[in-house]
Design a protein around this ligand. Structure first.
Ligand code: TRP
Length: 453
């Protein structure tokens, strides 16, 4: 066996193309789709925001996703190794930025995912239905004030992520995704179906799909683009790492398109599941980040079979968060396995523990550390989220687009994409988008977010 062949097998490969697409979709579909997309859509007025978001996915998201997958499969490496072997020098920093961003995002992602696990537990015990609707939002306040519960649920979630990543690429990541993603999809379709036929259904569909362009201001446009990057897991080499485990015959353009389509469908379905409930019970669509943890449970407490719906919904949220959490950990683990030659168990356990520890201040940010503010009056969790989503990810996305469009030669990119008898007729379109459109749009968002524009 040639040594590159051995190296490939040692690193791991997806056992099937279906497995690769499911795992990538699992990474993309997460708290960003089910928790964040509905509430920011609510805050930015619905229809027009949704349409603009879809445009961002098409002209910026899909091109960058394909770019990441190409870089990963071509080098068969983690982000640092990939940039080092393709160009080296300052470009290696892009890989480093990705590994650090994965570390940072997962640290607080686990805390928010922990809230979802706590809510699943509450739903299973029938807590929402056994009390008066008006007292339900207090459950969230109580949770945020309890350092111990948050640490406990954060640890439970992190342990699950570590357990899956320990299993390796095909036995851990792929298997978990192949089980959880279809279940997630079924639950969501069921909840969306219920929503459409409930009294608030028509109002919700109108809110989501009939655009009122006067509501689309520059700020919402920027928010939509940032959300598209976060939701598709772009900008830190997660898709690069997953692409590095794809076999030669995988059609990467089709995979990038399918994953983006699934991600957008899940976000829209989450909206179709949540807004009818909001309208049926006369709540405000612009309820903000508490939409999923305060508004919805209040509604579950009044609904027939509310405990069942609540349990299904939070199970969905936990699954979505898990499949994203494992992709974040995998990026960091792949770096330590490839570059530092650590064994997978050692890398997974050690890095998992470190990330858990970095997440501790996030878990304490509403309790013990509530009086300490970091970036612009935000508590620790909000600061670190702000730092990661507004600085690290857009910067990473921008650099990856520039690298793929300007540094990677057409010969390398095209032959990588067209390996395994794949014909990519849209190559010129993709190349144009990733060379000019994506970098310019992401640069605008980035400059605006850091307040320079
Ligand atoms: N896309 C996931 C979500 O929507 C979060 C996520 C997972 C992510 N891996 C990522 C975001 C890598 C950016 C980069 O919740």
């Amino acid at each position: 066996m040639p040594s590159s062949e051995q190296n490939k097998q040692k690193r791991g490969l997806w056992s099937s193309r279906f497995g690769f697409v499911m795992a990538s979709a699992g990474s993309a579909v997460g708290l960003g789709n089910i928790w964040k997309f509905p509430y920011i859509t609510g805050m930015h007025g619905g229809g027009a925001f949704v349409l603009f978001y879809i445009c961002c996915i098409l002209i910026v998201g899909i091109p960058i996703m394909l770019g990441e997958m190409v870089l990963g499969r071509h080098t068969r490496k983690n982000p640092v190794g990939a940039f080092k072997s393709l160009k080296g020098g300052p470009w290696t920093v892009v890989g480093w930025l990705g590994v650090i961003t994965g570390f940072v995002i997962l640290s607080y992602y686990c805390v928010v995912a922990g809230w979802a696990v706590d809510y699943l537990w509450l739903a299973l015990r029938g807590t929402f239905t056994s009390q008066h609707a008006a007292t339900v939002p207090e459950l969230f306040t109580e949770l945020l004030l309890s350092d111990l519960s948050q640490l406990f649920w954060q640890a439970v979630f992190m342990a699950a992520v570590i357990g899956i990543v320990l299993g390796g690429v095909s036995k851990g990541l792929e298997r978990a995704n192949k089980v959880m993603m279809p279940i997630l999809f079924l639950i969501l379709v069921f909840l969306a179906g219920y929503g459409v036929f409930s009294p608030g259904g028509p109002a919700a569909l109108r809110f989501l799909f009939s655009p009122d362009w006067s509501k689309l201001d520059p700020l919402s446009m920027l928010e939509a683009l940032g959300q598209a990057l976060f939701s598709l897991s772009l900008g830190m080499g997660a898709m690069l790492t997953y692409g590095s485990y794809a076999d030669e015959k995988t059609n990467l353009p089709t995979a990038a398109f399918t994953v983006s389509l699934m991600d957008s469908c899940v976000a829209l379905l989450a909206g179709i599941a949540i807004f009818p409930i909001v309208f049926t019970y006369g709540m405000q669509p612009a309820g903000g980040p508490g939409l999923v943890f305060k508004t919805l449970p209040m509604v579950f407490s009044q609904m027939p079979a509310g405990s069942l719906f609540a349990a299904l919904f939070f199970l969905l949220l936990v699954f979505a968060a898990l499949t994203s959490g494992i992709s974040l950990l995998e990026v960091v683990v792949s770096y330590y396995c490839d570059e530092q030659k650590w064994s997978r168990p050692k890398a997974t356990l050690l890095i998992g523990l470190l990330i858990f520890l970095l997440g501790v201040p996030s878990a304490l940010s509403n309790g013990l550390l509530k009086d300490i503010s970091f970036i612009g009056n935000r508590n620790f969790l909000d600061s670190i989220d702000f730092l990661a989503s507004n600085y690290l990810l857009p910067l990473g996305g921008l650099l990856i687009a520039v690298f793929t469009g300007w540094v990677l030669t057409t010969r390398v990119a095209r032959s990588e994409i067209e390996k395994g008898a794949v014909r990519f007729h849209f190559y010129p379109v993709w190349h144009f988008l990733i060379k000019y459109i994506a970098p310019v749009l992401v640069a605008i968002v980035f400059l605006h977010l850091i307040g320079l524009f």
